[in-house]
Design a protein around this ligand. Sequence first.
Ligand code: NAD
Length: 235
Amino acid sequence: MPDIRNIVILTGAGISAESGIDTFRGGGGLWEQHRVEDVATPEAFERDPDLVLRFYDMRREAIQTKLPNPAHEALARLDAAWDGDLLIVTQNVDDLHERAGARRVLHMHGEHLNAWCTACDARTRWTEPMIDRPACPACGQKALRPDVVWFGEMPYEMDRIYSAIRTADLFVSIGTSGAVYPAAGFVRDARQLGVRTLELNLERSEGSAWFHETRLGRASEVVPEWVDEVLAPAR
Ligand code: NAD
């Protein structure tokens, strides 16, 4: 693949689907039997913190039993071998990119395995339940919440993401429905800046028309194929 030096990759729930982690929109608008508004908004947390904490406790426990799949492994291989700039911007809150070995990962929607203290702003790696309101290791206050970006909250590190897109030669979107903004708008931003755009997905996303190229298939197949192609000239 000539003329490509800097790559931005956006991943969504679809890349982790074959690891056994439910996607968002898979179940008829429900996310593990819950409406999004009931578990993934600041208002829901205010209204019924026990419900929200239990929901995230369950997801946090579940993701620790899951394993990276060949798509995560292929991106880790690309990360290790690629000399140019590379940024894997993930909307996923699981840690499967890191467990596969990828290093250049940015979690724009936060991480299940982090706790955020709303009293002192500290972030702490967290693998245990939060339902019993454990104390923040930094300040001792019982003010921890999952460090995930809920609907209505600002995603993390947007400046860094836009600056990577501005200098990218290639933008690749993997396993994301194109329904959640601002991530869904990255392809349009990239396109308007003259960046080449590629979509790898099971089915066309909502913003599919913005991509120069779309390859349909399971992430565990299309992602390793694409990585082999990108790395081929370097062999
Ligand atoms: P989404 O659920 O809206 O869309 C999933 C996309 O993945 C769809 O386009 C679907 O066609 C595709 N897909 C499903 N199985 C696939 C496969 N095997 N191979 C390739 N593609 C496949 O997900 P989204 O666009 O990421 O938005 C959901 C939001 O919910 C995200 O912001 C994220 O924070 C959160 N979420 C995260 C996780 C996780 O961390 N694993 C899981 C569910 C939801």
